[in-house]
Design a protein around this ligand. Structure first.
Ligand SMILES: Cc1ncc(COP(=O)(O)O)c(C=O)c1O
Length: 361
């Protein structure tokens, strides 16, 4: 049987109950009851002021750039998923890639200030694998230079920093709620902000620019989450403690068995992982490729994530060259985490990995 990160599906009977409700009312989208309920529940669960659910994390970023009227250059990291920089380019903005810290894998805050110029309007850091960025320093730089801060917190469901939700920092944060995420709505995204006026603007932009009186007040787009997705979110939220529990168990197994053989991302001492990902860093790309070949031969499938470094993609090469990001992107993989993995599967994976780096050829 193949081993990979299989998507989590909640109890079918529970989901069906929601589907029955949807069929009864025929209300399947357009700010439906289940979407409103999920927003309310997420606001309470995450302890944040405003949650706006949208159709995916990519469009969540695009909406925020518009809502905050960003212009010119945006400082960001090349060690992320392609959506982070693609959305900037798509919206007519220029990513300004700043290299990462090779230990935390987040944007290197010591390199931000020297990249700011008259055209810079914002900083867009990513909390990579749920590891909080240096929030205080980013805030200081943004304040001094009058820049907006948007956090790509796609990996940060249920992540706290200094006892508070990581999503409550900066002008706003986005999360991806894609099927591959620890908490998902099939496809989906969320925008989180403490600013009520900004939240109102975001709601309008994501619904064709319409205000509460059904008048077009602003240029908008369609980014609505539908009721089937919201139902999936309600089920997964109900089962979240179970999801986190099995992921933590797998995470701890990998950690204990691999800590003497691979390097890991250094995590902030003000936070703990949410067990979304288990990334391991090889000494060389050659040893990574050898390990992947061996794993695949044994029907184990891992993800090169993030790869490549975004500054290596042909259409974004002109936005900067980042040595650390390239170096890490070539040597990192994320291991499978899924409910179906048992101890034998985990022993098999770790054994292959250890053999691949210890055995000569
Ligand atoms: C860091 C990061 N940003 C943005 C996205 C885009 O989110 P979505 O797939 O929901 O559009 C992802 C998705 O994997 C991501 O990992």
């Amino acid at each position: 049987m193949a081993i990979y990160s299989k998507v989590y599906l909640p109890d079918k009977i529970k989901y069906k109950r929601y589907i029955d409700k949807i069929y009864k009312t025929s209300w399947i989208t357009n700010n439906g009851k289940l979407k409103i309920k999920l927003e309310k529940k997420l606001k309470e669960f995450l302890k944040v002021k405003n949650v706006i659910l949208v159709s995916n994390g990519t469009v969540a970023l695009q909406i925020l750039y518009r809502a905050l009227s960003l212009k010119g250059n945006v400082i960001t990291t090349p060690f992320s998923y392609v959506a982070t920089s693609n959305t900037l380019i798509w919206e007519g903005l220029s990513p300004n890639f700043v290299d990462i810290d090779k230990d935390t894998l987040n944007i290197d805050v010591t390199k931000i200030s020297s990249n700011i110029n008259n055209s810079t309007s914002a900083i867009l850091p990513v909390h990579v694998f749920g590891n909080p960025c240096d929030i205080e320093e980013i805030n200081k730089i943004a304040k001094k230079n009058k820049l907006k801060v948007i956090y790509d917190a796609s990996h940060c469901f249920n992540t706290n920093y200094k006892g508070k939700s990581i999503l409550s920092y900066g002008d706003a944060s986005i999360m991806s709620l894609h099927a591959t995420k620890i908490f998902h709505t099939i496809e989906g995204g969320a925008i989180i902000t403490n600013n009520n006026t900004l939240a109102k603007r975001i709601r309008m932009i994501s619904n064709f620019g319409k205000n509460d009186n059904d008048k077009y007040e602003i240029l908008g787009i369609n980014a609505k989450m539908n009721e089937f997705e919201a139902a999936m979110g309600l089920c997964n939220l109900h089962e979240f403690s179970k999801i986190k529990k099995f992921r933590k168990k797998i995470w701890n197994f990998y950690y204990l068995n691999l800590k003497n053989h691979f390097s890991f991302q250094i995590f902030s001492k003000h936070s703990i992982p949410n067990y979304s990902y288990f990334p391991i860093i090889f000494k060389t790309e050659k040893s990574l490729i050898k390990a992947i070949k061996l794993l695949n031969k044994n029907k184990v499938y891992v993800r090169r994530y993030f790869y490549p470094s975004l500054d290596k993609i042909f259409f974004s090469r002109k936005y900067g060259k980042c040595i650390n990001s390239n170096n890490i992107a070539k040597r990192i993989i994320c291991l499978p985490i899924s409910q179906e993995l048992n101890k034998n599967n985990l022993l098999k994976i770790t054994k292959i990995l250890i053999n691949s780096v210890e055995l000569k050829n």
